[in-house]
Design a protein around this ligand. Sequence first.
Ligand SMILES: O=C(O)c1ccccc1NCC(=O)[C@H](O)[C@H](O)COP(=O)(O)O
Length: 213
Amino acid sequence: MSCKVKICGLKNREDARTAIEAGADYLGCVFFPPSPRHVEPQNAAEVFDMIGDADVLRVGLFVDPSDDQLMEVLNHVRLDIIQLHGHETPSRVEEVRLNFGLPVMKALPIETAQDVEAARAYDKVADRLLFDAKPPKGATRPGGNAIAFDWNLLTDTSWDSPWMLAGGLNVENVKDAIAQSGCKAVDVSSGVEAEKGVKSPELIEKFIAAVKG
Ligand SMILES: O=C(O)c1ccccc1NCC(=O)[C@H](O)[C@H](O)COP(=O)(O)O
């Protein structure tokens, strides 16, 4: 089975259509106002409406959201997966899963082997894990920073929860990232953008072809 692809940070229907037609398996919308990829719920609903009955999952991305903030989005947007990309504890992950009845993908910041071990606390608690590069000091956001980590930190590791690789992936490095990490799914945002927050249809198509070709 070929590696799955999540295109994250989508803001408009045209880019969603490009990603779907190119073979994306997940579309992600960011609900984090400081991000250049932030969208309002109604905008995300338009993006996800492009999926129709295609076999593509809708991922909503949040950073330390309250239940009210999650409900505000879920009142307008049908999601298949809630992605938590903040400092959420394992018990908060479980609470969100139970309160909203949706699978949770927990993003985990990785820089060292110790970070990989710390991620074990979320295995089986979250429905899915997303290993992303630890944000640099002073970063304005916990993800979407176009930073890669040492993919060999994940080589030969085994996890109960399915997991996705993220962080600084692009057309040039994604094959190496898959080979070195052994991942079965990848996630990209910056690497398919012409500029921060502006997706490039050509890069979306080339990235997905590089993964699935
Ligand atoms: O993309 C953002 O702006 C963002 C903001 C706040 C929290 C998470 C964010 N992105 C999360 C993602 O899932 C990204 O796709 C992932 O971090 C990889 O980003 P990139 O290194 O730019 O490919």
